[in-house]
Design a protein around this ligand. Structure first.
Ligand SMILES: Cc1ncc(COP(=O)(O)O)c(C=O)c1O
Length: 467
């Protein structure tokens, strides 16, 4: 391989323009003014802070604040910000070649990444890949492949699911209407079935899992008899851990029932592992907790530690129905992103990430339960910890003995945490806060999180007058 060029002689014929570009501002208030004046509000923003640096679990803002990042950019920086191996791989690849368009040539890192990923697959039948940039795009690809292979149109999704915001992926999404409100019509042939989650099904919190599962399966069987005939149904999409919908792990019995129903009717089972994949729950993919084989698996986020990279993987016989040029995109499987993916997955394959995830999850679960059982814990409805996907669902404060009804306890606690330097996320239509730190989080950092979160729960409970 030839070394990176050390001179810029090859650019000598490109003449600089006379008027030099204005120096870029680094002042926080100037940067914020640009955002306020010229950047869409359509993304929403937790605060108008500007992140300038990250290392491990820490990020620093342009005005010098250090935050403990328990969001990891929504589960993306799986090995922590600026992981040295990933940074080195990005720099090395950027110095060689950045863009190799997938319909023109293969890039080395893309093929090396496949070699890394094959042994991680939940089933050896998952052996043929297509890479794209975002999780939503990968779900778009999964829709196309499922429809082309099955020659059927209809799709079944879970109530509370989140699969992305582009039009096809938004059509699969059932966690909140805000993701598509006012933008329809979406795909019409998408049908929702309940996910076994007590709150969304209107059952008491202590409802046994087998009761939830049997109701959910019954609904699905009815759906296949009343709304979408099996012969018209291409695929069932499921997040093995419901993400945006509240961090609820699909019970193995439910996944096994889905597999049975799919096999019975020739329907494809599609696991969206965009958020739960790449050791987030202690195994390479969350579906591995259930013993179920998906027909298509969708991945993104944790695979490349912050570089935009996603993909789908399926059996060769399924992928091979796709005619040349039917899948792709200018940036699909970008070489630098794939190089980051190779470094990320190599680190995962050679370090005990699973051991750390399991130990830190248990530490967090115990600490969060203690907070829920302690002073101010009356505002907490439920603590759910699946690996390093942690959810704290809050109660209607009136049920917690408050006379007031401040909406959004999750938002109040999130704001209080941020004021104290802990970055968390909210989710779900049920007032829920989530924490999803990098998988390399330390025991000490979990303790720091618990100290801040516990204090904020007590403060908010006192503020709303909860008993
Ligand atoms: C389960 C799941 N699927 C799909 C997506 C969409 O991914 P992206 O935002 O990269 O389009 C997300 C994003 O949070 C997700 O959690």
């Amino acid at each position: 391989m030839s070394p990176a060029p050390v001179t810029t002689d090859y650019l000598a014929h490109i003449k600089p323009l006379k008027a030099a570009a204005a120096a870029q501002t680094t002042e926080t208030k100037d940067l914020q003014a640009i955002a306020a004046g010229h950047l869409t509000k359509g993304t929403g923003r937790l605060r108008e802070h500007v992140f300038v640096e990250g290392k491990g679990i820490n990020v620093w803002t342009s005005d010098g604040r250090r935050l403990l990042d328990f969001s990891s950019g929504i589960g993306v920086t799986s090995l922590g910000h600026a992981h040295p191996d990933v940074t080195a791989a990005i720099a090395a690849q950027a110095a060689k070649i950045v863009h190799v368009q997938c319909a023109i040539a293969n890039s080395q890192p893309q093929l090396q990444l496949i070699k890394q990923l094959l042994p991680m697959m939940p089933d050896a039948s998952l052996d043929t890949f297509f890479f794209w940039n975002s999780g939503g795009e990968a779900n778009e690809a999964a829709i196309k492949v499922a429809r082309c292979f099955s020659k059927r149109q209809n799709l079944i999704v879970m109530q509370g699911s989140y699969h992305g915001r582009s039009m096809g992926a938004a059509s699969l999404t059932r966690s909140k209407t805000i993701y598509f409100e006012g933008t329809g019509p979406l795909l019409t042939s998408v049908f929702a079935t309940p996910f076994p989650y007590w709150h969304a099904m209107g059952f008491p919190k202590d409802t046994p899992s087998d009761v939830l599962v049997s109701h959910a399966v019954k609904h699905l069987e009815n759906l296949l008899q009343q709304q979408t005939a099996p012969k018209d149904t291409a695929a069932i999409f499921i997040e093995p851990v419901l993400g945006e919908g509240g961090y609820i792990q699909a019970p193995p019995a439910y996944m096994q029932a889905l597999r049975r129903i799919c096999d019975q009717h020739g329907i494809l089972l599609i696991a969206d592992e965009v958020q739960a994949g790449f050791y987030r729950t202690g195994t390479p993919f969350a579906i591995q907790h259930t013993g179920v084989r998906p027909d298509i698996m969708v991945f993104a986020k944790g695979v490349a530690n912050g570089m935009p990279l996603s993909g789908i993987v399926t059996r060769k016989e399924i992928m091979d129905v796709m005619p040349p040029m039917s899948l792709g995109g200018t940036y699909a499987g970008n070489a630098v992103a794939c190089a980051a993916g190779v470094a990320t997955t190599k680190y995962m394959a050679t370090h005990d990430i699973a051991g750390n995830v399991n130990a830190r999850a248990e530490q967090a679960r115990k600490g969060l339960m203690a907070i829920a059982d302690g002073p101010g814990g009356s505002i907490i409805e439920e603590v759910r910890v699946t690996g390093l996907m942690m959810a704290i669902e809050f109660k209607d404060p009136r049920d917690a003995g408050s006379e007031a009804f401040p909406a959004g306890l999750n938002k109040m606690v999130q704001d209080a945490c941020l004021d104290k330097g802990l970055l968390t996320l909210t989710m779900s239509i049920y007032s829920t806060l989530r924490m999803i730190p990098a998988l390399i989080v330390s025991e000490e950092e979990i303790d720091q999180m618990l100290a801040i979160f516990g204090q904020c729960v007590r403060d908010v409970a006192a503020k709303v007058g909860a008993k």
